[in-house]
Ligand binder design. Structure first.
Ligand SMILES: O=P(O)(O)OC[C@H]1O[C@H](O[C@H]2O[C@H](CO)[C@@H](O)[C@H](O)[C@H]2O)[C@H](O)[C@@H](O)[C@@H]1O
Length: 371
């Protein structure tokens, strides 16, 4: 087994990249430029060899990518290579639970601000996006965290949709990949002016997304298992429940629709194609906007912590890395190229981490009240 087969994850797995390449090819567009530090050297070579999006061999691409998809990697050799890769990855991205003290030490004299992605972070990944419920225990943990730290949910879902899952009025919400931001109704605690935070940088795209959504719903009827969601300022095309043989057909179909919408772009998530406006706005920009709204622009006394599992969360991890401030925590069981500093394996570990933060904060408040 070659090294390129080792780094696997839903979000930036080779098969997912192949799907994106196929969509872009049918839309007559070039594949996205992948940031240098985002993708391993071996994978870069693989992309080059297969000429994604530009060459005539999309089918070769899809076949090759299938061969390196996690479900096809079963030999003992693959597992030991995986173990080795995982070992070195975890050294570079240690568990946030094991690094808890370092994280809390770094927050001394600073206000910690929490940013939480939803799917795959607060709720487990399931086949039906309408049933991606978070547990009551997770909700209680998030509620407690928000008592001590300003907390925002940053999601690819539209704001109302993610709110209906989280159901906590005291939080900030950034839906549609950060293109729809709203603060809690009353938040004197952190927002001194107590002005309602509301920001929608892509409002002009509302009718276009609605139009594309309708077309996609109609066209994807021919592909069993395909599912399209309208997230107001963006749309999602799911292929988690589509037979693997039909992924390329779906990709081509999405590409053929996008051809008529040069102002829309495509990104990818976990077995989902995300259709978004070409504006320069993402989860990273939303994080910066929220820090500013909370009064922490150009402030050294703040420690933002962003927890997310998906490729779209990388924009926020990168902002933190570039600012040299706070920590990104990637939720993943598998090694993955990332700008995050730490890792957690799954939502249950996210819950444990949040509960430890609450416990630590309570103890330190108790201690300081005794002094
Ligand atoms: O930014 P997020 O909150 O992580 O949202 C990203 C996408 O999440 C949802 O899809 C993902 O979760 C589904 C439920 O577990 C799963 O079926 C799907 O395969 C995943 O991609 C949501 O449905 C998408 O619209 C979001 O963009």
């Amino acid at each position: 087994m070659t090294k390129q087969n080792v780094v696997v994850s839903d979000a930036n797995s080779p098969i997912n990249m192949a799907i994106t390449a196929a969509v872009l090819k049918s839309a007559g567009r070039k594949p996205p430029t992948v940031p240098g530090n985002y993708i391993g050297k071996s994978k870069k070579k693989l992309l080059k060899n297969l000429e994604i999006g530009t060459g005539p061999r999309i089918s070769t691409w899809i076949d090759s990518m299938r061969a390196s998809s996690p479900t096809h990697m079963k030999s003992a050799a693959s597992f030991s290579a995986n173990d080795e890769e995982h070992g070195s990855w975890i050294l570079n991205h240690p568990s946030a639970l094991n690094m808890f003290e370092q994280i809390t030490n770094a927050s001394k004299g600073k206000q910690m601000v929490m940013f939480l992605d939803y799917d795959g972070t607060l709720s487990p990944i399931v086949d039906d996006p309408d049933r991606a419920f978070m547990s009551d225990a997770m909700r209680a943990a998030v509620r407690d965290v928000a008592r001590y730290f300003p907390t925002a949910i940053v999601s690819g879902r539209c704001r109302d949709n993610v709110y209906n899952f989280v159901k906590l009025a005291e939080l900030y919400y950034a839906g549609s990949h950060g293109m729809d931001i709203k603060g809690p109704a009353k938040c004197e605690k952190y927002n001194k002016d107590n002005q309602a935070v509301l920001f929608q940088p892509a409002s002009e795209f509302l009718p276009m997304i609605e139009e594309v959504y309708k077309i996609l719903v109609e066209k994807t009827k021919s592909i069993p298992g395909a599912r399209v969601e309208n997230h107001k300022f963006c749309a999602s095309v799911h292929y988690r429940c589509v037979e693997e043989q039909r992924w390329s057909a779906l990709a081509e179909l999405v590409g053929s629709v996008l051809k008529d919408y040069p102002k829309l772009r495509l990104t990818q998530g976990r077995k989902v194609l995300e259709i978004r406006p070409t504006i320069k706005w993402d989860k990273g920009k939303a994080l910066e906007f929220l820090l500013e709204s909370l009064g922490f622009a150009n402030c050294k006394n703040v420690l933002p912590v962003y927890i997310g599992d998906d490729r779209t969360d990388e924009d926020a991890f990168k902002v933190l890395r570039d600012r040299g401030q706070g920590f990104g925590i990637l939720v993943s069981k598998l090694p993955k190229d990332t700008n995050a500093s730490y890792s957690l394996q799954e939502p249950s570990e996210v819950k444990d981490f949040l509960l430890r933060l609450v416990e630590w904060k309570r103890l330190s408040l108790r201690r300081s009240s005794k002094v």
